[in-house]
Design a binder for this molecule. Structure first.
Ligand SMILES: [Zn+2]
Length: 336
């Protein structure tokens, strides 16, 4: 029975039965199903969020399991796309909700489609480019979103409430310069990603249950190894902010570079629009290297390079940061 299932959060007075009712028809979009995204998705699914839309471009690997709480060794062995693996596990936890999996890289061309009808957007990405894109869409569509990031033992979370709070570009006018620590170079601990993902899920649940006024307009930062843990007030809106004041949505209207670095030692190629028949490709690659695959992606290993091809023609080439080499591998094995 629905009320038994959700009885503990309904009993929490500020949430209540009315909050549960609203939540059951609400839609949350999670961009990125890594450490933050899997925590957000798990909490929102168990709480009874009506629809959860998952967007992720990558597949599960063994190195994810230490902190990406939804995935299993079998997911890594099968190289399942994260969005699909997450969808399956979320439905195991709660079969009464809708979960959509989009194996896709959020970019200016698909942002409208993928983010549409969201009541809240949760940031589970690992890069500023995608966050500016989310911010542009969210401000234009007046959709709240929750920023979050974690590296090492440090994390940060902040809500963005369009027409109300400062937006992401008010706080970060431009991407940080120089080399930034990443989870690949500086490592990352499971407790910090779980903490930040939980805080993001909390603010999202307030919005989804019709309690947006309860959203805490604060910037939360924590280093949970060395300390400190603190909370600061959000700055005022920038009256000259290109996004929320001047309404110039340059990240949403821009074009994405067709080839990009993607995490440590990997290049993503996504300029092609030609769908690929993975079964056909698998038979063509027979004997040239180690092939593993499923209906969502095909993995092909040759020498020190690991090539993963998706049905829309997109590919991630691991084992190089050289865009020329990556393009060459793509051309050699998939086609020019
Ligand atoms: Zn702004």
């Amino acid at each position: 029975m629905v009320n038994e299932r959700y009885s503990r959060q309904i009993r929490f007075a500020p949430f209540g039965a009315e909050g549960q009712e609203k939540l059951s028809t609400a839609t949350a979009v999670i961009v990125g199903c890594g450490a933050l995204g899997t925590v957000q998705a798990s909490l929102l699914a168990r709480a009874g969020t009506g629809t959860i839309r998952l967007i992720d471009r990558d597949y599960v690997e063994e190195g994810n399991l230490q902190r990406q709480l939804l995935y299993t060794e079998a997911d890594a062995r099968d190289a399942l796309p994260k969005a699909e693996a997450a969808r399956r596990h979320l439905l195991e936890a709660n079969s009464g909700i809708q979960v959509e999996a989009h194996v896709s890289d959020l970019n200016p061309e698909n942002a409208e489609d993928l983010l549409t009808a969201a009541d809240v957007i949760l940031d589970g990405t690992d890069n500023f480019e995608t966050r500016y894109l989310i911010n542009d869409y969210a401000v234009r569509a007046a959709t709240p979103w929750i920023y979050g990031a974690a590296v090492g033992s440090y994390g940060i979370a902040m809500p963005v409430l369009p027409d109300d709070s400062a937006c992401f570009r008010c706080v970060y006018p431009s991407p940080p310069g120089g080399a930034q620590p990443t989870c690949e170079t500086a490592g990352v601990l499971g407790p910090i990603t779980s903490l930040i993902g939980s805080l993001q899920a909390m603010e999202a649940l307030k919005i989804l249950s019709g309690r947006a006024t309860a959203v805490r307009r604060k910037i939360f930062t924590a280093d949970i190894w060395h300390g400190p843990v603190r909370e600061t007030s959000m700055p005022a809106r920038d009256p000259d902010c290109p996004c929320c004041a001047r309404r110039e949505f340059t990240w949403l209207t821009g074009r994405r570079a067709p080839v990009s670095l993607c995490g440590r030692n990997a290049v993503q190629i996504h300029e092609r629009r030609r769908p690929i028949d993975l079964a056909q490709l698998a038979s063509r690659l027979e004997g040239l290297g180690e092939i593993r695959g499923n209906e969502f992606a095909l993995r092909f290993r040759t020498g020190e390079h690991d090539l993963t091809v998706f049905p829309d023609g997109r590919a991630i080439i691991k084992g190089t940061t050289d865009i020329g080499i990556a393009r060459g591998i793509y051309a050699r094995y998939i086609g020019a």
